[in-house]
Design a protein around this ligand. Structure first.
Ligand SMILES: *Cc1c(COP(=O)(O)O)cnc(C)c1O
Ligand SMILES: [Zn+2]
Length: 407
């Protein structure tokens, strides 16, 4: 990889060779961050080249840590649509709001960006089995992307995971273990199993390449804004890999001169589980929290990537907003009705956070804001019905119809 220098420990600064199977720092156990040769990338990454490439996350190859040698079948991940959401903007009280719908990815969440990367790195590492633990989406996404490429998977999810996500796992042929416990319990068990059977590790944060996949959402946002950045980008936060990845993407583009300003991040968590936002707001070390929210994908009481996420929020001069389950459900409905975009609870949380930030005067109505819908609502129909209610149910009789419709 001519574009990659090393994998640097964010705790002790030790530099390691960026081998495909690398996980955490061998000196101190800290998380690793892929370090790039920006001078090399600046010379080789041009907008002319970009214009010729396929519309997927892999169009940014100079900024991705892959050799190009892994020849595997990939699903089409990325290049999700960016909608100018004028009716939603008006309802929220903003002048300029865009919605990026990452729920259109092949397994219906942003996690496909990380899983597509994981599968390529597993192929480079020459293994045949990949494993992870997940609140649900990383799991279904790993299962789908692995099925396409022909890898075997072992997947651990807490038994609270919504049915839609578990159904995906079963259809994609994963070996699924649902764990009677929290996400933290699930994570711990998967880590032990990965150690024991030497599977390729697709666990959030532990594998430094996943964030590099997730950063493509930021590269796309920049390109879709014609490299003139919005002032704010809102992202819902669980483990913290998505927001940290997005920040890495923006900083990469800034480092090579492709953009001339960085956006401020809006970190959105649930009032039922907000350890990262709490540490940020109080400027204190992270404390673990309970996982009390319907937004299962961001119900992460012990976030694995808190250090990088906190760095990202701080460096971007970002803001942290916590939203209630009611605010999430209400926003799910509002985004559906004004944009035709259907997010799962965690996928709607980012926009709920924008709404709250405007209401509380944290961002001015003149601000240019981009919000990312991180997962599709069909994954969790039970909560969607909670948000929108049940439909009219009548006998097949015209008189009844007239009586009920009142039009
Ligand atoms: C995983 C996930 C998030 C949060 O990403 P983290 O990297 O865990 O912070 C947000 N929304 C959805 C739909 C997700 O699946
Ligand atoms: Zn270290």
């Amino acid at each position: 990889m001519k574009n990659v220098i090393s994998a640097v420990c964010i705790k002790c600064g030790a530099e390691h060779e960026a081998t495909p199977g690398i996980t955490t720092c061998s000196k101190c156990g800290g998380l690793l961050d892929i370090k790039y040769d920006y001078a090399y990338i600046k010379k080789n990454f041009t907008k002319e080249k970009l214009a010729q490439r396929e519309l997927s996350m892999w169009r940014y190859e100079e900024l991705l840590p892959v050799t190009g040698e892994a020849k595997i079948k990939k699903l089409r991940v990325g290049w999700s649509p960016m909608y100018k959401a004028d009716r939603l903007a008006e309802a929220i009280g903003l002048e300029n709001l865009w919605v990026k719908d990452d729920g259109i990815n092949p397994t219906a969440s942003l996690k496909d960006r990380a899983s597509s990367m994981a599968v390529v790195k597993a192929a480079e590492a020459g293994v045949d089995t990949i494993a992870c633990s997940s609140t649900g989406n990383a799991a279904s996404s790993l299962a789908g992307n692995s099925a396409a490429a022909g890898f075997k998977t072992y997947i651990f999810v807490p038994d609270r995971a919504p049915k839609g996500k578990v159904a995906q796992l079963m259809i994609f042929g994963a070996n699924v273990i649902t764990v009677k416990g929290s996400y933290e319990d699930t994570f711990r068990l998967s880590a032990e199993a990965i150690d024991r059977w030497h599977w390729y590790n697709r666990n959030a944060a532990i594998n430094p390449y996943l964030m590099e996949g997730k950063k493509t959402v930021a590269l796309e946002i920049a390109e879709q804004f014609d490299f003139k950045m919005p002032e704010y980008v809102a992202i819902s936060v669980g483990d913290g890999c998505t927001i940290a990845g997005a920040w890495k993407g923006f900083k990469d583009l800034y480092a090579i001169g492709a953009i001339d300003r960085l956006p401020r991040l809006i970190s959105v968590q649930s009032t039922g589980c907000y350890p990262i936002n709490k540490a940020f707001a109080e400027n204190k070390p992270l404390e673990h929290m309970e996982e009390n929210t319907i937004a299962d994908s961001i119900a992460v009481g012990v976030p694995r990537n808190a250090d990088k996420a906190l760095n990202a929020i701080r460096e971007s001069n970002g803001i942290a907003v916590n939203v209630t389950d009611e605010e999430i459900l209400d926003t799910m409905r509002l985004v559906g009705r004004t944009c035709g975009v259907f997010g799962e609870p965690a996928g709607s949380a980012g926009t709920a956070g924008v709404r709250k930030a405007v209401k509380d005067g944290l961002i001015p109505s003149s601000a240019t804001v981009c919000t990312v819908v991180t997962g599709n609502g069909l994954k969790d129909v039970a909560n969607a019905i909670k948000a929108a209610g049940e439909p009219l149910n009548i006998a097949p009789d015209m008189n009844e119809l007239v009586k009920y419709l009142k039009i």
